[in-house]
Design a protein around this ligand. Structure first.
Ligand SMILES: *Cc1c(COP(=O)(O)O)cnc(C)c1O
Length: 457
């Protein structure tokens, strides 16, 4: 018997309204419109219960990198569930999928990142890192080093600790966050600055706000710095080229642990296996999730450098932390199938050498549209900003909801992207073909024109 009943779209929407609370959702606004019911997907397309076919320009939520319907990933889950659907890795136990995956992950990363701790999500991975960072400094005889520096407008997840690491004002306000010991500095968002500095000068200045914060807090109290190589949820903020080398210098100079949050940038999105590779930094931790399984099952984890792992192992005794689903066998099997597919099909090199540059050319050309103020894209991670006037920059009034108007026109035209305020962001699956990229960009131009008409009213 099927686990999921066949029901009409209308019934589903009614039941959804009555019983289902959604993440990051204003329910009153949702109930005024009803949910979009996504009922199936194939390749780069999702299908609404109404029958509408939509090109998924966001890979779900930055995760379905291999695209939908990949049979070998589905088979890996089925086979593993038959063999061993669950067992834990507490109490001196382990199992083949977790062992195989940890070893494969090691092969894909930098040589000093030899060990992986598994979690169920990106948020849990970042919670794990806070525990590990503080434990590390305790073991190093510096228990005063517990402060972690993050950035405004960062996104590191939504548990209490991960939301604290995040730099989202609205999230902090709702629940009295951040928790103690987490402080925030400037983001490297040149286009959003007054642009009095060149991007390179601005990148250095943004990095040096970390140094200023270290001096303010006291270097002997600062444990770590966390950043997304490119901020994702904050609006695909690509830092100037000077930024990450300077952050690395500062972390080295003060002995501070560097955390590269690779939940979006990990496993190929930028045309390198990791954002840390793209920007040539040497992180002490890399949290990952999303793309590791292409979203087919939930899995997160943390790469732990030798510097930290050796201390935790040699001096730490028991580390009192873990999740029931740390290294879930089916999730690990799915991750293995997914990463092997990405590696075999050379999808990362394809982003660097083929579809990345192909999309980039068309993406940057959006700047010719009268509504588009800034365009930026690295690999298959892009954004553009809707503005009222380009020079000097004049933005639309928030109440005009320019981003939402554009996003809705784009959906009508059969393509899904996200609006972060008036910044439109895009992160399509790695298998995007040239003609699908054309389709995405044609719909974008069309939706921009319609948005212009609406906003002129
Ligand atoms: C999505 C995201 C997270 C949180 O991952 P979840 O699996 O939603 O908990 C953490 N960091 C970054 C950079 C993310 O984009």
């Amino acid at each position: 018997m099927a686990a999921i009943e066949k029901r009409s779209r209308k019934d589903l929407q009614e039941m959804d309204k009555s019983h289902h609370l959604h993440p990051f959702t204003d329910h009153k606004a949702l109930h005024a419109q009803r949910s979009r019911i996504i009922s199936r997907a194939e390749g780069v397309y999702i299908y609404e219960a109404s029958g509408q076919k939509i090109l998924d320009g966001m890979s779900g939520l930055w995760c379905v990198n291999a695209g939908y319907g990949q049979q070998e990933i589905i088979d890996a889950a089925t086979e593993q569930m038959k063999e061993l659907p669950y067992y834990n890795s507490f109490f001196q136990c382990s199992h083949p999928p977790a062992i195989e995956l940890a070893s494969l992950l090691k092969e894909l990363s930098q040589p000093h990142l030899n060990r992986v701790f598994f979690a169920g999500s990106g948020s849990e991975s970042n919670d794990t890192i806070i525990r590990m960072v503080r434990t590390y400094w305790d073991l190093m005889g510096q228990p005063g080093r517990h402060t972690i520096i993050s950035r405004h407008n960062a996104y590191h997840g939504s548990t209490v600790a991960a939301a604290s690491l995040s730099g989202m004002k609205a999230m902090h306000k709702q629940s009295g966050l951040p928790i103690p010991g987490i402080v925030h500095v400037d983001q490297p968002y040149w286009y959003g600055s007054d642009q009095s500095l060149s991007p390179d000068e601005f990148g250095l200045q943004a990095a040096r706000s970390i140094e200023a914060k270290i001096k303010e807090v006291g270097a002997e109290k600062v444990a770590a710095f966390i950043g997304e190589p490119i901020q994702g949820a904050g609006g695909v903020i690509v830092p100037p080229a000077t930024y990450w080398p300077e952050v690395q210098r500062i972390c080295d100079e003060y002995g501070i642990l560097l955390i590269s949050d690779e939940v979006i940038t990990g496993f190929g999105r930028l045309g390198e296996w990791f954002g840390a590779d793209y920007f040539s930094i040497r992180p002490d931790f890399m949290p990952f999730a999303k793309g590791v399984t292409s979203g087919y099952l939930p899995l997160g984890g943390v790469y732990v450098s030798d510097r930290v792992a050796d201390v935790l192992i040699d001096k730490g005794g028991e580390f009192f932390h873990g999740y029931t689903y740390s290294g879930h066998p089916a999730s690990c099997a799915v991750a293995l199938a997914n990463l092997k597919l990405i590696r075999r099909e050379k999808l990362v090199a394809r982003i660097r050498d083929d579809i990345g540059p192909y999309l980039q050319k068309k993406w940057l050309a959006l700047a010719d549209h009268p509504l588009v103020g800034d365009t930026r894209i690295v690999g298959l991670m892009g954004a553009f900003e809707l503005v009222k006037k380009k020079s000097p920059i004049e933005r639309f009034d928030e109440k005009q909801r320019a981003g939402v108007i554009f996003r809705d026109h784009l959906l009508d035209a059969g393509v899904c992207m996200r609006a972060v305020g008036d910044t439109i962001i895009c992160a399509p699956p790695f298998i995007l073909s040239h003609s699908e990229a054309d389709e995405m960009m044609n719909a974008t131009w069309k939706a921009l024109d319609l948005t212009k008409v609406d906003l002129a009213r």
